[in-house]
Design a protein around this ligand. Structure first.
Ligand code: PMP
Length: 465
């Protein structure tokens, strides 16, 4: 794969005619200087463009591919389900494969998480969790919904949070460019800190960071617990915030605080779930069982759209009653629990079990870090961080002061474009270069990814002032 013909991308050329031929409008992408890469086929960790170039899938098709593309077992399971039924509603009936999946998810998720509510994408899994938490308190406290009462109707979200692009998820969000624009149509969460291990506040060291942030969050809970339905957070790593890693132990501390202040804990494992961090779920690193857990992306190993919100029995049981009591969860998606996606998800769980893939991630992660060790010393590399095969390389103007580059210089984007020309498809988050390969990537492929990114960083930052 190293003899790939090179791709050439034209940079920053605003050449769009008044009537653009871009029928396909891409998310988070400036269409005016967009150079499309069209994929015709994919196999394993490699994508092949319509003009025959091969690209390493360095971000696992937006953080979701697990077992590689065209895995024969995955393909076979989807084909077999296609011969049975491809879609039915799962409001009031279900496909056998979807029920089977729910049971399997209850087995692999932490603790007594058990009752699975299906949706089609990560944002919707978060929306379901928000509404579930709100209706839970309404049912439990037997309150009448009212637009004037704030009791158990608010959420605590961390700074720089990202939980998706639908309106409820955007309300939780705290990333300037993604979220500020939509302020007029969203609700306001109680805003927690950004527990960033790289940029700790003055006087705080690694050893005291967990206590510091737990204390910050406790102060907010003390003040707002009566209003709060739930704390919502990504566990261990805030992905879209720039692979921000939390101090070890913080997740478990927040679990304790939620119990102490009688607030539900919603953990968003859309990015971290399904082996990505070296455990099936990131919560497993700290033995935490949230009240509600959201998953998406890797659930079908990246083959078909599906997401899920899984709740513990005490949450589910609050919704039980006679039909006339109208306690049912007032939420539901047309494609939630789609049987083809369920077949893919069950096949993926079988593969996890049979290949013991999760157990390989720590070693792969360490190998990738070793390959990246030389670039970690580059004068413009501030930090190489993450967990498992979820890695961020932060590029900075001044390494000692940790000063970012002026964002208008698009350094991260230029590095990723160069890496793509060199044969590895990656996408940045600002000036954080994200490496999220499929979990089955071999050491040889991980080395290719690391070498390509190293070369792209060295070239783009060669003469930077
Ligand atoms: N939560 C987290 C933590 C995510 O990383 C993402 C997607 N990057 C989402 C939610 C939203 O998922 P989707 O794009 O499938 O709606």
């Amino acid at each position: 794969f190293l003899s790939n013909p090179p791709l050439t991308l034209e940079k920053n050329s605003v050449s769009v005619p008044p009537e653009s031929q871009n029928f396909h409008w891409h998310g988070f992408t400036q269409m005016a200087d967009f150079q499309n890469i069209v994929i015709e086929r994919a196999e394993g960790c490699w994508l092949t463009t319509t003009s025959g170039q091969r690209l390493f899938d360095g971000v696992a098709s937006l953080w979701c591919n697990v077992h590689g593309h065209r895995n024969p077992k995955m393909d076979e399971a989807i084909r077999a389900q296609l011969d049975r039924v491809s879609h039915i509603t799962t409001l009031g009936m279900s496909a056998d494969i979807t029920d089977q999946l729910a049971e399997r998810l209850a087995e692999v998720t932490p603790g007594d998480l058990k009752h699975v509510f299906f949706s089609s994408d990560g944002s919707s899994a978060v929306e379901a969790a928000l509404k579930m938490a709100l209706q839970y308190w309404h049912l439990k406290n037997q309150t009448t919904p009212s637009s004037t009462s704030t009791a158990k109707t608010r959420y605590l979200a961390l700074s720089s949070a990202y939980h998706g692009d639908t309106t409820g998820a955007v309300s939780l969000g705290g990333i300037k460019y993604f979220h500020q624009l939509f302020a007029p149509i969203v609700f306001t969460p109680v805003r927690g800190p950004l527990p960033c291990s790289y940029r700790l506040p003055d006087g705080i060291r690694d050893a005291t960071a967990c206590d510091y942030y737990a204390h910050e969050i406790e102060s907010l809970l003390k003040q707002h617990h009566a209003e709060l339905a739930a704390v919502v957070m990504e566990p261990l790593v805030q992905g879209a915030a720039g692979m921000i890693t939390h101090p070890a132990g913080l997740l478990a501390r927040i679990r304790e605080l939620c119990d102490q202040y009688n607030v539900l804990m919603i953990v968003d494992e859309v990015a971290t779930g399904f082996g990505r961090t070296g455990r099936m779920f990131a919560c497993d690193h700290e033995g935490v069982t949230p009240d509600i857990l959201c998953m998406g992306k890797g659930i079908t190993a990246g083959y078909l759209p599906m997401a899920a919100t899984i709740a513990r029995p005490h949450v589910f049981e609050a919704f039980l009653g006679k039909s006339s009591e109208r306690k049912q969860f007032y939420h539901g998606h047309t494609f939630g629990g789609n049987p083809l996606a369920a077949a893919a998800a069950v096949a993926s769980l079988d593969l996890f079990r049979d290949t013991q893939l999760t157990e390989t991630i720590d070693a792969k992660s360490q190998f990738l870090r070793e390959c990246l060790a030389p670039i970690a010393d580059h004068p413009h590399v501030g930090d190489v961080r993450g967990r498992g095969l979820m890695v961020g390389i932060e590029l900075v103007a001044d390494r000692n002061r940790k000063t970012p580059f002026d964002s208008d210089r698009l350094i991260g984007r230029n590095v990723c474009e160069r890496a793509t020309e060199l044969g590895a498809w990656i996408r940045p988050l600002g000036d954080v270069i994200v490496l999220m390969p499929p979990l089955v990537a071999s050491n040889e492929e991980l080395r290719f990814l690391a070498d390509t990114v190293t070369r792209a960083i060295e070239e783009v930052l060669a003469d930077i002032d």
